[in-house]
Write a protein that binds this ligand. Structure first.
Ligand code: FAD
Length: 512
C-alpha cells in the first residue's frame, strides 16, 4: 500500500483553510501551519487586518465552497451572510440624498453577500478539525523552505528554547501550498528556486475601520440596523470614500479609504475627525458618535493597500502559491478572497485531471508481476509526475485571469478618483441600460460577469469589450439613422414578444 502524499499548507486564512478541505477530501495527509494563534479566538487579529473586516462573498467564492463537497458547510456559511441587493450611494451636502444602484438583484435575483471574514474562516477551520487526515498547527511560522529537497523550517512559537527564542523544527513534504497572504514567506523562498517575475505597488490610499453599532433591538429580541441592511453603503469622494457593510448582528463594519496625506492631516489633530466626516460623509455622524469616530481613528491601524502580480506560481512538482500570496489586489472590486477561493477550485480540478490521466496510463500490474516495493515507488513517481504537470498547467493558465482581475480592481480605484471621458460614461450607461432591459438577449455588464459568474476573468473582459464596441456602433447608427432609431424603439416597446420570438428562433435553429 503506497503512503498518502503529504501536502503542507502554509497559512490558515480563508484560502489556505479551503485548500486544506479540498486536499483532505482527496486523501492527502494534510498539515496546516499558521503563524497566528487559533484564528477562531475572537481576540486574535489577523495579519494585515484590523479586528475582522466584513467582506463581499460572491459567486466565485461560493462556487469554490460548493465544490468542497460539504453541502452543510455551504448552508452554514450562507446562513451567516447578509444579502446586499445593491449599492446605496449617500450624496453630498446640502441634500445628502440617497441614490440606489440596484446592481443585479432586480434583474437576475443575484446579489453580493456580506460576511464577517473571521466568521467565515472559523467555519472553515471547524470543518477541518473534524477530518482525520488534517493536522492544524497554530503559532507556527514558516521561516524557510527548500523546494528541491522538499524540506521546510518552522518556528514553533509555543515551545521556547532556554534562551526564550521559539524552537525551530524541520518538516518534509511532497507538495507545499503557500496561502500565506500578500507578504508570503513561501513566495519569498520559492523565488530562490523558480525564475519568478514579480511586481508590487502600494497605492497612495490607507484604510481604517469604523463601526456603526446595531439599532435598538425589537421587542422579540431580533436585530435592527440603523441604515438599510441590504445594501453596500457608499459615501463617495473624489480621492477618498467611506463604505459600510452590514453584519448579521445589526452592526455595520465601515471602512475609510483616504490618501496617506489625508490621514496625516487628521492624525495631527484627531479632534477634526467628526468635522471631516460631517463635510464629506453627511449622515454618518447620526449613526456613529463623535467620541467613537475619534476613538476608532486613534485606535484602529491605518493600513496600506498593496497590489501584486507574479508568475509562475509554482516550482516543479513541490510547491505552488495561491490567494493573496500570488495576486494580492486592491479591494475595489470586492474580489480578492473570491479569486483566492477560485484558485483552490481550479488548482484542484487541474490536479484531479492529471492524476486521473496518469492512473489511466499506469494501469495496475497483473498479480504475478506485483512487487510491493516497486509498486509503492511507481505510485509515488506517478503522483509526482501528476503534480508536476498540474502545477505547470495551473501556472501557465491562471496568471492571465489573476492579472486581469488585479487590473480591473486597480482601474476601479483610478475610476473612483478621476473623471472619465464622456464616451466612456456613455458606453457604461448604455451597457447598464441593455443589461437591465434586455437581459434575456445575453447583455451583461462587466461588473455582473465578474461578480456573478464563474467565467474566466479574461473572458469577461473580452466579452464586454466586444459588447461595448457593438453598442457604441449601434448608438452612432441610432443618432445618424432615423430608421434604426425607429427599429430600436419598436424592439424596446415590444421586447416581451421579441424575446419569445428570439427563443423560438433559437429553438428552431437548434432542432435543425
Ligand atoms: P490572508 O487572509 O492574508 O491569510 C494568510 C494567512 O497566512 C494569515 O492567517 C497569516 O497569519 C498566515 N501567514 C502569513 N505568513 C505566515 C508564515 N510565514 N507562516 C505561517 N503562516 C503565515 N476580498 C473579497 O473577496 N471581497 C471583499 O469584499 C474584500 N474586501 C476587502 C477589504 C479590505 C479593506 C481588504 C484589505 C481586503 C479585502 N478583500 C476582499 C481581500 C481579502 O481580504 C483577501 O484577498 C483575503 O483575505 C486573502 O486570503 P488569503 O487566505 O489568501 O490570505
Amino acid at each position: 500500500m503506497a503512503r498518502p502524499q503529504k501536502m503542507v499548507i502554509v497559512g490558515a486564512g480563508p484560502v489556505g483553510s479551503l485548500a486544506a478541505l479540498y486536499a483532505a477530501q482527496r486523501g492527502y495527509q494534510v498539515e496546516v501551519y499558521e503563524l497566528r494563534p487559533d484564528l477562531r479566538d475572537p481576540r486574535i487579529i489577523p495579519l494585515n487586518f484590523t479586528k475582522s473586516i466584513n467582506l463581499a462573498l460572491s459567486e466565485r467564492g461560493i462556487n469554490a465552497i460548493r465544490h468542497a463537497g460539504m453541502p452543510e458547510l455551504l448552508q452554514d456559511i450562507l446562513g451567516a451572510c447578509v444579502p446586499m441587493r445593491g449599492r446605496m450611494i449617500h450624496g453630498k451636502k446640502p441634500s445628502g440624498a440617497l441614490y440606489e444602484v440596484p446592481q443585479d438583484f432586480d434583474v437576475h435575483g443575484r446579489c453580493n453577500l456580506a460576511m464577517d471574514r473571521g466568521a467565515l474562516n472559523a467555519r472553515l477551520l471547524d470543518a477541518l478539525e473534524d477530518l482525520p487526515n488534517v493536522e492544524l498547527f497554530f503559532n507556527h511560522k514558516l521561516t524557510g523552505a527548500d523546494f528541491r529537497k522538499r524540506k521546510a523550517w518552522i518556528e514553533n512559537r509555543d515551545r521556547l528554547s532556554p534562551s526564550g527564542r521559539p524552537r525551530e523544527m524541520e518538516i518534509d513534504f511532497d507538495i507545499m501550498l503557500g496561502a500565506d497572504g500578500a507578504h508570503s514567506a513561501v513566495r519569498y523562498h520559492m523565488m530562490k528556486f523558480s525564475r519568478m517575475d514579480y511586481q508590487q505597488e502600494y497605492i497612495d490610499t490607507l484604510w481604517c475601520e469604523f463601526r456603526i453599532e446595531p439599532g435598538e433591538a425589537r421587542t422579540d429580541g431580533s436585530e435592527t440596523w440603523k441604515i438599510s441592511p441590504n445594501h453596500l453603503h457608499i459615501w463617495p469622494g473624489k480621492d477618498f470614500m467611506f463604505i459600510a457593510i452590514p453584519s448579521e448582528d445589526g452592526s455595520f463594519t465601515c471602512t475609510l479609504f483616504l490618501p496617506a496625506s489625508g490621514f496625516a492631516t487628521l492624525e495631527a489633530d484627531p479632534s477634526e475627525v467628526p468635522n471631516f466626516f460631517d463635510v464629506n460623509f453627511p449622515g454618518v455622524r447620526d449613526h456613529i458618535s463623535d467620541a467613537s469616530l475619534i476613538e476608532a481613528f486613534n485606535t484602529n491601524p491605518h493600513l496600506p493597500l498593496i497590489s501584486l502580480k507574479c508568475k509562475p506560481y509554482h516550482f516543479g512538482s513541490s510547491g505552488v502559491i495561491i490567494g493573496d500570496a500570488a495576486h494580492a489586489m486592491v479591494p475595489f472590486y470586492g474580489q480578492g478572497m473570491n479569486t483566492g477561493m477560485e484558485d483552490v477550485r481550479i488548482l484542484f480540478s487541474v490536479l484531479d485531471k492529471h492524476t486521473a490521466q496518469l492512473a489511466e496510463t499506469n494501469k495496475p500490474l497483473a498479480e504475478e508481476e506485483f512487487d510491493e516495493e516497486e509498486e509503492e515507488s511507481s505510485v509515488e513517481a506517478a503522483a509526482d509526475q501528476a503534480h508536476a504537470q498540474a502545477l505547470a498547467e495551473y501556472s501557465a493558465t491562471r496568471w492571465v485571469d489573476a492579472y486581469t482581475i488585479n487590473d480591473l480592481a486597480f482601474q476601479n480605484y483610478v475610476e473612483m478618483r478621476t473623471s472619465q471621458s464622456t464616451t466612456y460614461k456613455l458606453r457604461k450607461s448604455l451597457e447598464e441600460f441593455m443589461s437591465l432591459h434586455f437581459p434575456s438577449f445575453g447583455w451583461q455588464t462587466k461588473y455582473s460577469l465578474v461578480v456573478f459568474s464563474n467565467r474566466p476573468y479574461s473572458e469577461c473582459v473580452r466579452r464586454t469589450d466586444r459588447q461595448g464596441r457593438v453598442l457604441m456602433r449601434l448608438f452612432s447608427g441610432l443618432v445618424t439613422s432615423p430608421f434604426l432609431a425607429a427599429g430600436v424603439y419598436l424592439a424596446y416597446s415590444y421586447r416581451r414578444p421579441m424575446k419569445e420570438l428570439w427563443h423560438n428562433a433559437v429553438a428552431i435553429w437548434q432542432m435543425m
